[in-house]
Structures are given as C-alpha cells and as structure tokens.
Design a protein around this ligand. Structure first.
Ligand code: GLU
Length: 396
C-alpha cells in the first residue's frame, strides 16, 4: 500500500526546479553545464535593497509579522499599484506572501471547490495546473499556436467559458512564450467576461517591468474587472530577489481575507527582513532597475539572432519576460546520437546530456513541440550554450 497521499503521489514535480536541480547536481560533479533552465535573473540584488535588509536586522526586526504583511509594506504595494498600474487597492485588499507562487496557491485554495473549472491559456507556467489540481478543481487548457503569436482569441475564450468556470489564470507578459497582450486585446476579453459574472481572473503580472518596447496593461484596469480580478505580483524578477521570496496580491477584500486566513494556518507570514527590504524596493523609482531590463533586452536580441540560425528551430521574438520558446518539433522522429527523439522531453534531456546545456521541455508548459530557453544568463554563457546546441545538432 502507498504510504503517501494520493495528492502528493499525483503531483508532478516542478519541471523548472527539477531541471535546475539536475544542472546544479551535474555542476557539482564537475560537469561543465550551462543552465538556461531557470527564470532567475543573474544580477545581484541591488545595493539599496541589500542595505535596507541590513538596516532591518540592525533595527531588530525578528518577530512574527502580521499574517498578511506589515502595514507599511501593504501601503507601499498600494502606492505601487497606483503608480504602475492605475489601480486603487486599499491595504485591506493586499496580502503579502512567500513568493508569487504562494500567492497563487492561496488564491486557489481560497476560491476553488472540487469540480470547479479553471481555464488556463497555454503555454502556461508549470505550476498553474499543479496548484489547481492540489485545490481539487479541474483545469481546462486553451491551446494557442505560434502562428497566432501564442495568444488566445476572444472566440476561444468565449467557447471555453461555462457556468462552472470559476477562474481564468492569465499571465502577461507570459512565461514561457514572452508574449504581451495589448490593452485592446484584453478589452475584448473583458467584453466577453461581462456575461460570466461569477468567473474571476487571476492575473499574474510578475514580469510587468520586463518588457521591450511594448506596454503592460493590468487586467484589473479593464472595464468592470477590478472587482473580479486578483492581481498577483512579486519582487523576484524585477528586483533580482528570487531567493527572498516575496509575492503579493491585490484582490477583492473577501478573497484577501480568505487568503489571510489560509496563510495564517500554513506559513504565518512572509519573512520579516525580506518584507522590510520590499518596502524600499517598491517605493524606489522604477528607473533604478532599468539597467537590468536594458541588459535583458540586449541579451534577447543576441539569443534570438543566434537561435534563429539553428536549423529546425522556429521561433517568435518575445516582447516580455526572459525566455525564448522555440518549436523544435522538426527533430521529432529523428535519430540523434543513436536515440530517436520522441518529444520535447527527449530533446531537452539529450541536449543536457550531450551538449551540456540545461533548458526545460515545453511539455510541462502545455506545449509538446517547444523548448523553453531562459536568457537570464550572461552573454558569454548564452553564446557558448547556443554554439554547443548548434554544433551538437549539426554533427549528427
Ligand atoms: N518562475 C521561474 C521559472 O519559471 C522560477 C522557477 C519556478 O518557480 O518555476 O523558471
């Protein structure tokens, strides 16, 4: 008999974290692996934020913070929502959590019942479907095509919505495709959602600042959507604070209260020093992090150019986040180093084993034909990694 719960037995491991762990393990065994697997900025956390953390320790912040976050931080988040997104959340609508991933889990646990339907446009970030399953709801994937820019159409949304649709998990800028929906496109969704007043939208906006020549528009800012949208964000990506684990939501008050109740039983609150530092990060002008966005942009140009030259790779130029999501299905059914490549999992494993480059299979993001390549790595690493993949594929 199984000793573990069915819940955990049926839970897939996070593909992004599993690949990163594999790359780390190979590296520690002396293998020269380049990891383009994890969406993790390689910059140091900016000094002004580190200084705030040191100050918080010196000022003896050490005890349990309020479950939903320090009031000063919630005020700073409300200011940020106003400044960057034109959204007027009150502190009672904000909950600070241990990373945006926990924020998403809180919302799902607070909102979903067994059998509720959750729509997830694909490609989607690996943990969405797993978190929905943990909360005993059912997810329904809305597929997209690279030819249509990996975007769902209003017609698709309309045909998938039913009276059981409790939540839509929306993510723009998107991980893994890098696409960004325009205000006009989002407006078309809002028009359709008018007829589904009991459907909520979880809008994951963690990559809002990492955009290239396009504008980010918040879902909650669409007509009639403020009271039906849970805006998720966090500090990991924009401020290079992945390990600090600070995420937050702005949400209808009853949802924020429910998340607070759930979090009170699960983690108590997010780390106190990281929260104090987050106040400093969020109240600083966005221009303070521009150097990182500029560098990502120049890496994007570089990697797009290099990857486009690999035969059999089809790709779109992303307008946001720091991933490429090429279609590599050209290689399916072909033999590489004596192994028939069946799918994107095989492809990712083969280039890890043979070319020593870690990426993540598109399968875990809901697209079996693609491969996710993170360019949150140095230009030297990008150049070397792409040349390894190219050489490996051309020598077969
Ligand atoms: N969100 C990042 C990624 O997609 C970090 C890893 C994770 O939490 O999945 O790579």
């Amino acid at each position: 008999m199984n000793k573990l719960s069915e819940r955990i037995e049926n839970l897939p491991a996070s593909a992004t974290l599993a690949m990163a762990a594999k790359a780390r393990e190979l590296k520690s065994n002396g293998v020269d692996v380049i990891s383009l697997s994890l969406g993790e900025p390689d910059f140091n956390t900016p000094d002004f934020i580190k200084e705030a953390a040191i100050k918080a320790i010196e000022e003896n912040y050490h005890s349990y913070p309020p479950v939903d976050g320090y009031l000063e931080l919630k005020n700073a988040i409300c200011e940020k929502f106003k400044r960057d997104n034109g959204l007027n959340y009150k502190p009672s609508q904000v909950v600070v959590s241990t990373g945006a991933k926990q924020s998403i889990a809180n919302v799902c646990m607070a909102l979903l019942n067994k059998g509720d339907e959750v729509l997830i446009p694909a490609p989607y970030w690996v943990s969405y479907s797993a978190i929905v399953t943990l909360s005993e709801a059912k997810f329904k994937i809305i597929p997209t095509l690279m030819e249509n820019g990996f975007k769902i159409t209003p017609e698709q949304l309309e045909s998938e919505l039913t009276s059981r649709t409790k939540l839509i998990m929306f993510n723009s800028p998107n991980n893994p495709s890098g696409i960004v929906y325009s205000e006009k496109e989002l407006n078309e969704f809002a028009v359709i959602l008018k007829d589904y007043p009991s459907t909520y939208v979880l809008s994951d906006e963690i990559y809002e600042h990492i955009i290239y020549g396009v504008k980010h528009f918040s879902f909650a800012n669409l007509p009639n959507m403020f009271d039906r949208t849970i805006t998720v964000n966090g500090l990991a990506k924009a401020f290079s604070m992945t390990g600090w684990r600070i995420g937050y939501i702005g949400a209808p008050e009853f949802i924020a209260k429910a998340c607070n109740k759930f979090q009170g039983q699960i983690t108590s609150a997010a780390n106190c020093i990281a929260q104090r530092s987050a106040i400093t990060a969020l109240t600083a002008p966005v221009s303070k992090i521009k150097y990182m966005i500029d560098e990502f942009n120049s890496r994007r140009e570089l990697i797009f150019d290099l990857i486009s030259k690999i035969p059999g790779f089809k790709l779109l130029k992303p307008s946001g986040a720091f991933y490429l999501f090429p279609d590599i299905s050209f290689y399916f059914g072909k033999e590489i180093k004596g192994k028939i490549i069946k799918d994107s999992n095989d492809f990712a494993m083969t280039i890890l084993e043979q070319a020593k480059v870690a990426t993540v299979s598109g399968d875990s993001f809901g697209n079996k034909n693609c491969l996710r390549i993170s360019y949150a790595a140095s230009k030297d690493e990008i150049i070397e990694a792409v040349s390894r993949i190219k050489n490996f594929l051309s020598n077969n």
